[in-house]
Design a protein around this ligand. Structure first.
Ligand code: IDP
Ligand code: MG
Length: 141
């Protein structure tokens, strides 16, 4: 069994997609170990979450987007949960995400130069899952 960290980003919450995303998680057979709606998150937390992107020129827009409304965070468990959840999310760019994936079914390409709004997040490795679970659920905020 493996754990991964997932998120329904502010665009997903705003568009009323919490239920549809959770329905897919349950249908796939993952166990939901933790689930919380966070109505506001600090800039520090978002910067730590996206520490590998902070130096990118487009990062401030990503941070603003991630702080633009409530988000849902959780922990899933299951066999190969990290890779399976990434497959269910689909490619980062909605125009490359296959139909049947969350991003391929619910998101559109971002206009040129704008932040990609792609509904969900999932840890991309064993190391980032451990780091993100600790960051969002084991520290005081
Ligand atoms: P991922 O969410 O598929 O793991 P990452 O490369 O980790 O993709 O990027 C994190 C998030 O930052 C993306 O989901 C997207 O919202 C945003 N993002 C990444 N690259 C770009 C870009 O080139 N332009 C606009 N937004 C981006
Ligand atoms: Mg990522």
């Amino acid at each position: 069994m493996e754990e991964t960290f997932f998120m329904i980003k502010p665009d997903g919450v705003r568009r009323g997609l919490i239920g549809k995303v959770l329905e897919r998680i349950e249908r796939r057979g993952f166990r939901i170990e933790r689930l919380e709606l966070r109505s506001s998150v600090s800039q520090t937390l978002i910067d730590q979450h996206y520490e590998s992107l902070v130096e990118q020129p487009f990062y401030p827009a990503i941070r603003d987007f991630m702080m633009s409304g409530p988000l849902v965070v959780g922990i899933l468990s299951g066999e190969s949960a990290i890779a399976s959840w990434r497959q269910m999310m689909g490619a980062t760019r909605p125009e490359e995400a296959l139909p049947g994936t969350i991003r391929g079914d619910f998101a559109q390409a971002a206009p040129l130069g704008q932040t990609i709004q792609n509904i969900v997040h999932g840890s991309d490795s064993v190391e980032s899952a451990a780091r993100e679970i600790a960051l969002w659920f084991e520290k005081e905020h």
